[in-house]
Design a protein around this ligand. Structure first.
Ligand code: SF4
Ligand code: SF4
Length: 325
């Protein structure tokens, strides 16, 4: 694939009406973005991409992913992606969020999901097979098997722990690296700088999520200059990183749903903006629009094993009660 260095992360499309998503997606293609990444798990994101870009199919590369770990399940998911994306072939199909050794073995073992994608490749329904995840050790193992064409993981100025082993191993194996969350789920305010950081630290394609024309323009600009960051620019990012510390939510949404109806990532974002950026009015107005708040957390712990960053979510909710409300 000959990809634009900035690709389009499809998560935020979920929150947009079809007409708005179409405008943004077309604007992205018109401005040089040619890689669009979605997932079966992003509700109607695939459908929006399929509908908006059906007539631009020859100008773009499509990627999607699914959580299925067995062959039969993966076959079904792929067929649904093909329908939603309105295409006969998806350029890159990925195993979504492979989080532990057992899952990786299941995917690659007899009757595993890999078999389904291998067959789909023989049938011309898929060109390349990739893997995505948040665990550095698992990704390293996956890359070292030599069975994947691409590896997708979070990479941004806060999450740089992939640089020492995973990126060099991928480069050695000629495996493409796709950087998700290049602005740390919106945590880094200087998006252009953050994206340029990822691209000059070894990521092949950086895929920020976009839900506004302005973001598309900013992100496209970020990909135009691939000079390494100056000392001053690195200092700016270091200061942002310090502001967030280790315990911050990347808004991946894996902890959801909460049985008590809490919108966990949004509540954690509101608290972070309130305390770290001092956006008190913004935070309180957003909070007033939510049906559930921090104090509605029953500390059941359901969310914790699902968080790839091991955040102590109930503890963070309890802390926020004393801060934000
Ligand atoms: S611990 Fe709180 S936030 Fe987490 S699932 Fe339970 S009620 Fe929801
Ligand atoms: S709390 Fe963890 S799982 Fe939930 S959105 Fe944040 S980082 Fe993701």
């Amino acid at each position: 694939m000959n990809l634009s260095v900035v690709g389009f992360g499809g998560i935020p499309l979920q929150g947009l009406p079809f007409s708005e998503a179409e405008k943004i997606l077309k604007h992205a293609v018109d401005n040089g973005i040619n890689f669009f990444d979605s997932a079966r798990g992003y509700t109607d994101s695939e459908e929006k991409i399929g509908r908006a870009l059906e007539n631009r199919r020859n100008d773009i590369y499509l990627a999607s992913k699914a959580m299925a770990r067995d062959a039969a399940g993966m076959k079904r998911e792929l067929e649904a992606s093909l329908r939603n994306l309105r295409t006969e072939m998806i350029d890159l199909y990925q195993f979504h969020a492979v989080g532990n050794e057992k899952q990786l073995e299941r995917v690659l073992g007899p009757g595993g999901a890999y078999e389904a994608l291998q067959k789909a490749r023989e049938e011309g329904k898929v060109r390349w097979i990739g893997i995505t995840g948040h665990s550095r050790d698992i990704m390293l193992k996956a890359v070292e098997t030599g069975r994947f064409d691409t590896a997708q993981f979070p990479f941004n100025p806060i999450e740089t722990e992939w640089a020492d082993k995973v990126i060099p191993a991928a480069q050695k194996g000629n495996i493409g690296t796709i950087g998700m969350k290049p602005v740390a789920g919106g945590a880094i305010r200087n998006a252009a700088l953050s994206i340029r950081f990822t691209l000059t630290e070894g990521i092949d394609v950086s895929i920020p999520g976009m839900d506004a024309i302005k973001q598309v323009d900013e992100n496209c600009t970020a990909g135009k200059t691939l000079e390494r960051l100056t000392g001053e620019e690195l200092e700016l990012l270091r200061a942002e990183k310090e502001l967030w510390g280790e315990q911050f939510c990347r808004r991946c949404g894996y902890c959801m749903p909460c049985p008590n109806g809490l919108n966990i990532p949004f509540l954690l974002l509101i608290e972070a903006y309130y305390t770290r950026y001092g956006l008190k009015d913004w935070a309180l107005s957003r909070l007033s629009g939510l049906p559930q708040s921090y104090s509605d957390c029953a500390a059941c712990g359901d969310c914790m094993p699902k968080c790839p960053y091991s955040l102590p979510i109930p503890e963070l909710m309890e802390k926020a009660v004393g801060i934000v409300v």
